[in-house]
Every structure is written in structure tokens, then in C-alpha cells.
Design a protein around this ligand. Structure first.
Ligand code: NI
Ligand code: MN
Length: 229
């Protein structure tokens, strides 16, 4: 059993009967978030796909609050370590068995830096394939569609894929529909839309476009929890 809770944008919490982890925990400043990071519940690990603020979000605070490891691309993990977090650095293609399950880092075609007054390189952008609670979940991170998604679909039997569909900074509905075809997941949850002005406002066009694939779309409301048995 795997429970998936949507916190808005690309922020998802995963729980099985024993453990909870979060991916791209952006609460503070997230116009879609309904809760503060302190309300996210107990966390065993924090996965961060890349260094942009809408993904790194509240990772450092949550890591310290729960003494939870940050799992991230190498340079981003070291960036977090310099700020006092417990970290586990990875790079695409690598996998590691944690107490809560196995994480494989996947490639994503996107930039990655921590930007405030300057810009600090935080390694490559990534996605994650998480085996937890007997289910396989793919969080694509921020990315365009790429043909190796077909390979990910061959190497992993993906139960649920979380795909960005907002366009402009990531793939839009057309490319995301192609990604669904390549990955062939059991179901797909659209993310990274409706948050910023330039992004696709709703998942309606995406849902229309994947009708022919037979893959089940799950458009999650913020705060909604889906249970995968
Ligand atoms: Ni980004
Ligand atoms: Mn983003």
C-alpha cells in the first residue's frame, strides 16, 4: 500500500504503513499550498529533484525538524550539507536502498541552480523512481519529454507517474502526453501547472490528449490523498 498526498505544484508526500517521505517540499511561498511545512507530518526523508526554489522549498527546515536525510543530486546535496542538513548525494542512473524503500535517480532535461542575489550551481536536474509500499512511483521533476523515458518504462513497471504539464519551464500537455506513451504507467498524475502566470492553467487538455493511451489520469486537488493498493 502506498499513499500519495498532493501539496501543490510538484510537492508530494508518500507514505506506507511504516514510513513517510516528501518530494520537492515547497510550502512557504507556494500559492497553491494549504498547509505550512510544520503541518506536513513526520518525515523520514526529503527528496529534492533540483535546486530551483519551487522544488528545494522548505527542505532544509524540514530536514532539521525531523532529522531527515535530504536525497538530492550531488552538488545540491552538498549545498544542503553546508547549511547543516543530513544528506545523501546521488546522480542519475544510481539507486540506493533506504529503510523506507529504494530510490533511483533519473535524468531530467532542465537547469538547476540556487538563485538569490547570485546563482549557485546545484548539479544536474533529476527525477526519482521510488519503490515503496510495494508500488513504483516516478516523479519526473522538471523536464521536457526525452526518448529514454521509453527505457525507464522498460526497466521499471511504473504504477504511477507524476509528470509536469505546465509548459514554458517544462513540457506542456502535448509532450507530457507523449511521455505517458513512452513510460506506459498504470496511472498518471499531472503536476507543475496553474501555479505561475505563464503555466497551463488546468489539466483539461492533458487529460483529453491521453484518452487514447488508456492510462488513467488522476488530477489531484491540493490536500487530496490517493491510496494505491
Ligand atoms: Ni525548475
Ligand atoms: Mn519548477
Amino acid at each position: 500500500m502506498l499513499e500519495l498526498t498532493f501539496n501543490g505544484h510538484a510537492n508530494f508526500k508518500l507514505s506506507d504503513s511504516k514510513h513517510s517521505i516528501i518530494i520537492d517540499p515547497w510550502f512557504t511561498g507556494n500559492p497553491k499550498a494549504l498547509i505550512s511545512p510544520s503541518e506536513a507530518g513526520r518525515l523520514d526523508a526529503i527528496l529534492v529533484t533540483h535546486g530551483h526554489s519551487d522544488h528545494l522549498g522548505d527542505a532544509l527546515e524540514l530536514s532539521k525538524r525531523h532529522n531527515a536525510v535530504i536525497i538530492a543530486p550531488n552538488e545540491l546535496a552538498l549545498f544542503c550539507q553546508r547549511r547543516g542538513a543530513k544528506v545523501h548525494p546521488m546522480n542519475p542512473g544510481g539507486k540506493f536502498a533506504f529503510d523506507f524503500g529504494t530510490v533511483k535517480m533519473t535524468k531530467a532535461e532542465h537547469s538547476s541552480a540556487f538563485i538569490d542575489r547570485g546563482s549557485e550551481y546545484t548539479g544536474v536536474a533529476s527525477g526519482f523512481i521510488v519503490d515503496m509500499g510495494g508500488k513504483t512511483l516516478y516523479h519526473a521533476g522538471d523536464t521536457c519529454v526525452f526518448s529514454e523515458m521509453k527505457l525507464l518504462g522498460e526497466l521499471h513497471s511504473i504504477d504511477v507517474a507524476l509528470l509536469p504539464i505546465g509548459d514554458n519551464y517544462t513540457m506542456g500537455p502535448e509532450e507530457a502526453a507523449k511521455a505517458v506513451e513512452l513510460l506506459n504507467p498504470g496511472s498518471v498524475v499531472p503536476m507543475h501547472f496553474g501555479t505561475f502566470e505563464v503555466l497551463e492553467e488546468t489539466a483539461d487538455r492533458f487529460v483529453d490528449m491521453i484518452r487514447a493511451t488508456g492510462v488513467k489520469p488522476i488530477v489531484m486537488a491540493v490536500g487530496q490523498t490517493e491510496r494505491f493498493e
